[in-house]
Design a protein. Structure first.
Length: 403
């Protein structure tokens, strides 16, 4: 037998300080976390040093803050820095920077980015593989996908570097793409505003809004001009009893983004716009059970005019036109709000609003849970978490999974 050849000593991996990950168990809690909160609050965003996706996750189980973790999505650039093997999965996009959103669909946790394939994450948020919906998506996906709570389907308007149009993509409840429809538009290089109602898909291009039957084709697409010409983040959209539909959106303006309502008529090709709230605000969201349906309550982050940072949380009553403000003057900088219902059958808007925050004075980072029955009062609970140095793009609540 030939003598064994000694292996050369392995050189230490070259690591970057920004790639350090956090895991904390004994988390300080002020107040009392509700026992009904059982799941994980996540946020994702590009790391400030290299722009690569960084996930922060707080696990809450039956009134206890179990752990807080940060995980780097193993993009090709991150793997080159850490010396790890690249994540498996197809490579059909020029970029793989999935740093915009985390969703749960068909039993999978997916990190999304604009025009890139999602990364599937494990239940503890390690990177598993690139995901092309079981081979049914030949190009990238969208940063802002819309989940239909009634059908379980996932809808998206996808931009791709290879085509001068949008793709209208529908993913079924099993996690396979069942529809790809090209949507002609001259503006598809930026993340598009997109919404879905029970009957319509709604697209945005500068100066106009496209309306198409949800099960229709691009030949049935109607473009409606709007003034002035920009639409920002969508709060919600829903159908009226006639042919019209409503789009509630936060749109940019001279004094910051404000909340608008557009009543759209694809038959007469008209759009009537009105301001619902003049306060500067961002990260709009609704009770996820009512997305695509007419809803009464909406939530957003109130923004300061000087820095554009979140200075408070807003609860809109879209029926009465009133609002409640949580946390003004508290010294907290608020991230994107997430609404969690008190129970599956609770009335709309009855539950808690969760948000990542940090204190401007002490620099401490926390998660607040605010009861909607006392929205302007003190938080129900405040959980101390580790600092996260990324630009938050979206926050998500994942219900506890059967695993």
């Amino acid at each position: 037998m030939a003598p064994a050849i000694p292996l050369a000593p392995r050189a230490p991996l070259r690591r970057h300080a920004r790639l350090e990950e956090t895991e904390i168990s004994a988390l300080p809690v002020k107040g009392e976390l509700p026992e009904q909160l059982h799941g994980t609050l996540l946020r994702i965003g590009p790391d400030r040093a290299d722009g690569q996706p960084l996930v922060a996750a707080l696990r809450i189980r039956q009134g206890h803050a179990e752990w807080f973790r940060t995980r780097r999505v193993r993009t090709d650039l991150v793997c080159r820095i850490t010396g790890e093997l690249p994540a498996p999965g197809p490579r059909v996009c020029p970029s793989d920077n999935a740093n915009s959103a985390v969703i749960q669909h068909a039993g999978r946790i997916l990190a999304l980015g604009e025009g890139v394939l999602p990364y599937e994450l494990t239940p503890d948020f390690a990177t598993k593989a690139r995901h092309d919906f079981d081979g049914t998506l030949p190009f990238g996906f969208a940063a802002n996908a819309v989940h239909d709570p009634l059908t379980g389907e996932l809808f998206a308007a996808v931009t791709t570097a290879a085509a001068p149009h949008l793709w209208y993509v529908v993913v079924d409840a099993r996690g396979r793409v069942r529809r790809r429809e090209p949507i002609p538009t001259s503006s598809c290089r930026e993340t598009p505003a997109f919404a879905v109602t029970h009957r319509h898909a709604v697209f945005h291009a500068p100066g106009r809004i496209g309306i198409m039957p949800r099960a229709g084709t691009a030949h049935q697409l109607t473009w409606v001009d709007i003034e002035p010409g920009c639409v920002g983040s969508v709060l919600n959209a829903f159908d009226l009893t006639d042919d019209r539909l409503v789009l509630d959106t936060v749109r940019p303006g001279a004094a910051g983004p404000t909340l608008w309502r557009f009543t759209l008529d694809p038959v007469r090709m008209t759009a009537a716009g009105e301001v619902l709230d003049h306060h500067a605000q961002g990260s709009p969201t609704v009770d996820p059970r009512h997305r695509g349906s007419e809803c009464r309550y909406g939530f957003a982050t109130r923004l300061t005019h000087t820095s554009g940072r979140g200075s408070a949380l807003i609860r809109h009553d879209l029926v009465t036109g009133t609002r409640q403000i949580h946390g003004p003057g508290s010294g907290r900088v608020f991230g994107a709000p997430v609404f969690v219902p008190r129970s599956p059958l609770a009335p709309e808007g009855d539950g808690w609003v969760l948000a990542f925050t940090h204190q401007t004075g002490s620099g401490s980072h926390e998660v607040v849970a605010v009861d909607t029955n006392d929205f302007e009062g003190e938080p129900t609970a405040v959980v101390g978490v580790a600092p996260v140095d990324h630009r938050e793009t979206q926050a998500t609540w994942l219900m506890a999974a059967p695993w």
